[in-house]
Design a protein around this ligand. Structure first.
Ligand code: IVH
Length: 712
């Protein structure tokens, strides 16, 4: 409790209790029963009232308060927790025969004892365990290595389908295990946003769920729209003395539903192998209609007292097994190979195929990745392609159906010119694909440049999204990044999206045409609305504010090939200002740490293009930062090289590196004889420790570091 706050009056205490109950109820109806009982506006007002009271009287702020769903707690590190009972994995198989064997073996081992099975979905996400004591969520831990996982409680609290306080009757102490999944719709929206922000999109919903649970700021996790699917209830202190319904797995999940957990309704009690097979058959196709991913079906013995009798194999229980779905595969004729130009100029070949029904969607197009992939496939005109769809949403070409190949089928020659601007394509040595070198004139690339320039890690002009940039291009107002700073209010107000606003090759996602659920769709992005006065002011304000963005980010924003965030930082520090950088020779450039010859040549070429020099000149005249501003706080680490490893309590990894630099030191990635200290946080890399020991490099703790720099 905060010693300086006034004790909460009874009226506040009572109102907090009322609000908590009301908000919990609305949340429950919304997330569990899809029922919206109040408007967003009313809901937000209640939540705000609760948060205000909790801020005013911190003693009333409970860990189970619905305000925790908004997040805000920051985890610099995730505490390691030993599971009270290990988180086991299941034996799994792709073969129905092995399921038959499992069923026969189980029946034999149980030797005439009556029993049933439960069949349920195998959710494709991240396993976590939730501990509830006296009906309150006290801890959430990831599976980790099965014995020890990460404490992700703050992030778990933000997931609406994880109850913070249970309803009705519940056992005093138990663990609810289940899978955190990323529903397809939310996943796609989030990835779309990431691309717009210049962040790397996640490869699939599972990776995205895992990444989200490890976010340091729980408020960010709250935005991720994750879902928890419970599949297991266990009692670390034993399950004697519980009500009879807890003696079956089915009964436990039913009970969990009453307590407020999201238990998917697709669980079935099956009495024999035929019923099990029917369940598997059904979900093998019906899975494509689910709003989240599954990768199989789990079969468990329903009667929990029999679990001990069946026991364990080396690492998984004998009373359960997972059947995994095979990727679905079809053969369909290739109609044509077309080419798409991406934002970076990379050309991607696309197979246009006779539409075919595959795993719940119609597939017409799939990527052929690059020239090497096509050569490896040895793809010929008129070939039939083998297309697969596994747990992921995107169909994959996995081979050629050689039985269908005509003897005289001619090889397909890769295009020599850019399909958008006609420029002859270039293939960089050692790279798998071709690219269009017409950086400044090829529309997708130009739009790509503009998008990169305004992205969050570059100039951070968030009022200019990709649709608006396209509008500015179509109106003839913007042909390069410098034109942005010449925009005038009267040019912007009333500007409309083009009537023809088809997604260009640049804007079009890798649209793998699909009808029905779960597939990527080709629907054109909604046309950006007409720019109103307020919108115009926002754009101009953001452009004005971007003039304060530090030089290293301006350099990154220019989008020079191979120059990422780190490279830009190193170049900026080394040369100090744009002029020196523009006049540097390849030799000078290659002196910079981490700048190899390829990057040095790319930077040199970029600035030797008169058009680029002119753009930089215009950006300078517009007032953008063109030199490094010293952000030094002290020189106490002058001459020291510090290697950082592990996680820290007061800093993220990037923050501690910046801090080292701000105190005059050098943060380096690898240990050598020149290293002054190994700054070791929790979970320091064992290889780093070994090397430090070998070379006699002293260790420095986070506290030691803070002492060195004289505290925060
Ligand atoms: S039961 C001891 N049920 O699949 C049995 N697991 O190897 C505990 N999974 O990582 C697991 N859906 O996270 C069970 N309905 C389900 C499941 C499920 C997904 C995951 C689980 C584990 C893996 C099993």
């Amino acid at each position: 409790m905060d010693l300086f706050s006034t004790p909460a009056p009874d009226s506040a205490r009572q109102r907090v209790a009322e609000l908590t109950q009301l908000i919990d109820h609305y949340n429950y109806e919304y997330y569990m029963n899809d029922r919206s009982l109040v408007s967003d506006f009313e809901f937000d007002a209640l939540l705000r009232e609760l948060m205000d009271l909790e801020r005013q009287y911190p003693e009333l702020s409970l860990p189970t308060s619905p305000s925790r769903r908004v997040g805000g707690e920051v985890n610099k590190t995730f505490r390691q927790v030993t599971h009270r009972l290990p988180m086991l994995s299941l034996g799994n198989t792709y073969s129905i025969e092995e399921i038959e064997d499992f069923e026969a073996r189980t029946r034999k081992l149980l030797d005439g004892t009556p029993f049933t099975y439960t069949c349920e979905l195998k959710y494709d996400g991240v396993a976590i365990g939730l501990t509830y004591r006296r009906g309150e969520l006290v801890q959430a831990v990831t599976r980790g290595n099965g014995a020890v996982g990460d404490d992700i409680t703050a992030n778990a609290r933000t997931i609406p389908t994880i109850p913070l306080r249970l309803r009705g009757d519940f056992p005093a102490d138990f663990e609810a295990r289940g899978e955190v999944v990323y529903p397809f719709e939310a996943f796609e929206a989030m990835n779309h946003q990431r691309e717009a922000d210049g962040d790397e999109p996640f490869a699939n919903p599972r990776n995205a769920a895992s990444g989200s649970l490890k976010l340091q700021n729980s408020a960010e996790c709250a935005k991720r729209k994750l879902m928890f699917c419970m599949y297991f209830m266990m009692f670390p202190d034993g399950d004697t003395g519980l009500a009879p319904q807890y003696s079956t797995h089915y009964g436990r999940l039913e009970a969990a539903k009453q307590m407020g957990f999201k238990v998917q309704p697709y669980i079935r009690e099956c009495k024999d192998i035929d019923e099990i097979k029917a369940f598997i058959d059904h979900w093998d196709t019906a899975r494509w209609n689910l709003p989240f991913g599954i990768d199989g079906v789990v079969i468990k013995v329903n009667q929990t007292p029999l679990w001990d009798r069946l026991g364990m194999t080396a690492k998984s229980p004998r009373w359960a097994i997972a059947y995994k779905f095979k990727a679905e595969r079809v053969s369909t004729p290739l109609l044509e190979v077309t080419y798409q130009v991406g934002r970076t100029g990379v050309v991607t070949p696309v197979a246009n195929m006779q539409p075919v029904w595959l795993g719940g969607t119609t597939v017409k197009r799939a990527t052929l990745n690059n020239a090497d992939f096509m050569a490896k496939l040895d793809i010929r005109e008129g070939d039939h392609l083998l297309v697969e769809k596994g747990g992921e949403i995107i169909p994959k070409i996995v081979g050629i159906d050689l039985d269908q190949r005509k003897p005289d089928a001619r090889p397909i020659a890769y295009t020599q010119v850019c399909p958008v601007c006609g420029t002859p394509l270039v293939r960089a040595e050692g790279e798998a694909g071709y690219y269009c070198p017409n950086q400044d004139g090829c529309l997708p690339q130009l739009l790509g440049h503009l998008e990169h320039f305004v992205s969050r890690k570059a100039m951070d002009i968030d009022s200019l999204g990709s649709e608006r940039l396209r509008m500015l291009y179509d109106a003839g107002l913007v042909r390069n990044v410098a034109d942005l700073y010449d925009l005038r209010r009267e040019q912007l107000v009333g500007l409309e999206g083009s009537k023809l606003a088809e997604p260009t090759a640049a804007v079009a996602e890798f649209a793998l045409e699909a009808e029905g659920q779960g597939g990527g769709s080709t629907a054109a992005a909604p046309r950006a609305a007409t720019i109103q006065e307020k919108g115009a002011d926002n754009i101009l304000k953001a452009l004005e504010e971007s003039k304060q963005v530090p030089f290293e980010r301006v350099l990154y924003a220019l989008g020079i090939r191979y120059v990422g965030e780190v490279g830009a930082k190193k170049l900026a520090r080394y040369f100090g200002n744009m002029e020196a950088l523009m006049d540097a020779s390849v030799m000078d450039l290659a002196q910079v740490e981490d700048v190899g010859e390829v990057t040095a040549v790319a930077v040199f070429d970029f600035f030797n293009n008169p058009q680029h020099r002119q753009i930089v000149e215009r950006l300078k005249n517009a007032g953008l930062q063109m030199e490094v501003v010293d952000t030094r706080i002290s020189n106490v680490l002058e001459g020291m090289t510090i290697v950082v490893s592990g996680t820290f309590e007061h800093f993220s990894r990037d923050e501690i590196k910046t801090s080292i630099e701000q105190h005059g030191g050098k943060a380096s990635g690898s240990i050598s004889g020149k290293t002054t200290y190994l700054l070791a946080g929790a979970k320091v890399g064992p290889e780093k420790l070994k090397k430090a020991e070998k070379l006699g490099v002293p260790l420095l703790t986070e506290e030691g570091y803070l002492e060195l720099i004289g505290g925060f």
